[in-house]
Write a protein that binds this ligand. Sequence first.
Ligand SMILES: [Mg+2]
Ligand SMILES: [Zn+2]
Length: 189
Amino acid sequence: MSGLRRAVFLDRDGTIIEEAGYPDRLDRILFYPFSIDAVRTLNAGGFVVVVVTNQSGIARGIVPEPFVGEAHHYISDRMRGGGARIDAFYYCRHHPDAIDPALRGCDCRKPQPGLMRQAAADLGLDLSRSFVVGDRWKDLGAGQPDGIRGVLVRTGVGRDQEQDTAERVPGSIIVDDLAAAAAWILRQP
Ligand SMILES: [Mg+2]
Ligand SMILES: [Zn+2]
């Protein structure tokens, strides 16, 4: 048995905070009321908690990249204030329609697995015993090649995604929100 740790990867917008298009101000970062408790539950369960988020607003020229770092500091601080810990944040700054050609192609925009694989390399994670929680099928799809089990939440765009059965990721489950996802994950052997 390796010394690799188990992780829970969390999507950001629509999963931890409200889906708000391309938030570009801290007052548009609105936590769901259960998010801090849910992350604390995952911490107590011994999981490394990693946020993985597509931030194509950078490539599209809508969100300044420094703001993304600022937003993640803010989210971390709010979590810490509630006794919860996010171990790391990884984001994709790219998009196929990027203004800057250098930001067009990548292997990290979900549903590609690059963000999770980078986290695994940096943090020593056992992806096959890890989980991903998100409000889009592509969040879960990013974990599929590495055997990461997926939990779709009905917050954000999740209720619409739930109806889109063609996109459903095999082996995943659907729950109401991040609180239910954390509770389910802790019940798994
Ligand atoms: Mg989302
Ligand atoms: Zn990318």
